[in-house]
Design a protein around this ligand. Sequence first.
Ligand SMILES: [Zn+2]
Length: 269
Amino acid sequence: MPELPEVETVRRTLELAIGNEEIVEVVENYSKIITNDIFEFKKSIQNQKIHRIDRMGKYLIFILDTHTMIIHLRMEGKFFIKTNEPVLKHEHIVFKFKSGRELRYHDVRKFGTITLLPLETYLESYPLNKLALEPKDINIHKFFEVLQKKRIEIKAVLLDQHIVSGLGNIYVDETLFLSKIHPTRLANTISLDEAAKIIKSAIQVLDKATALGGTTIRSYTSSLGVHGRFQNELNVHMRKDLPCPICQTKIIKMKIKGRGTYVCPSCQD
Ligand SMILES: [Zn+2]
């Protein structure tokens, strides 16, 4: 599943590749990806120019003339840019540009969403109005207050996109490892110092992963031909039975809320 660094990598690549393109037509092969009425969507997006591509949490935001297109890739959504090639089975939405090039939205699992919203109100509208802050923008005291009210595992809290935006399974494991906190610790037992350490580690992990183009592993292969390199930097995630890079203890794998979770049983408590 693409997390913040992968989505940011897609954003940068897309903006360079298709910033300034004008959309002349949209062809849908599976219209449920689009959450608007499909006829309204196609009519409103016609002849709109892509001015910029922003990102908030894991949402990509295409800034057009009068609208914004908000995209969430969910499990396996990805983009390809093509010209004059047959449309493949999982290329559900095709954006045709004036230049003759096409942006194709590909999604095997079909969980991704595309929503068109008016430019004036998109920030106050669902889904962006429900989005929590990213670690770099979080106030540590407010974060600590939220943790104190939660009697659930810290990992589950960090995965909740209403509390912290942009951290997913890979980066939560890495963040908790750097913070030396066990993922099963109940959130209300985390001290203010530990909360600060979690936020600091999350920022560090996300910055490094973004700089390396994200993580390309089995659960998320490349979009637009960009392969991330953060998989080579993982300390615990996907490293079951391998030695901890700090203390050499074998990394263990456990399940938390159904998610594969990797821990150094000696460094993290
Ligand atoms: Zn260790």
